[in-house]
Design a protein around this ligand. Sequence first.
Ligand code: PCA
Length: 156
Amino acid sequence: MAQVFVYGTLKRGQPNHQVMLDCTNGSSAFQGRGRTVEPYPLVIAGQHNIPHLLNLPGRGHCVAGEIYAVDDQMLQFLDEFEGCPDMYQRTPVRIEVLEWEGRASAPEEMPAAGRIVWCFVYSTASYSPEWLHLPYHDSYDSQGKHGLPYNPRENR
Ligand code: PCA
């Protein structure tokens, strides 16, 4: 099992969330909500309005998202789905727990709000320099006020 922090289209209510629920991809269990300990630039970029957390800790905002426990099959599926390692790189990042719903074998293993957990994040290390001048978001919603809705793959 691995812990993955999702901040973009994989979150609940966002356009790609259903892939996390599809058992043929493996298993995933929602653990809770969290926020990156360090600030990162979260931009919506390219002609398809794709969210990217740029791997530049120290700039931007602490970014909110969701923590999932996933099995190896789902992790491999997500790597492929996210175009890892070309488009995104799966990077370990420290996440502050905001609310925890996941199970633990003993109560003392249960991360409480404020605890820090390590999670994999699909972040982007290679991008065009203009992306650094895009607005930095602190949480992603495809239908947000930015007016840049995600263009699903089937429409491209
Ligand atoms: N999917 C991944 C990375 C960006 C995206 O849209 C996620 O939701 O975390």
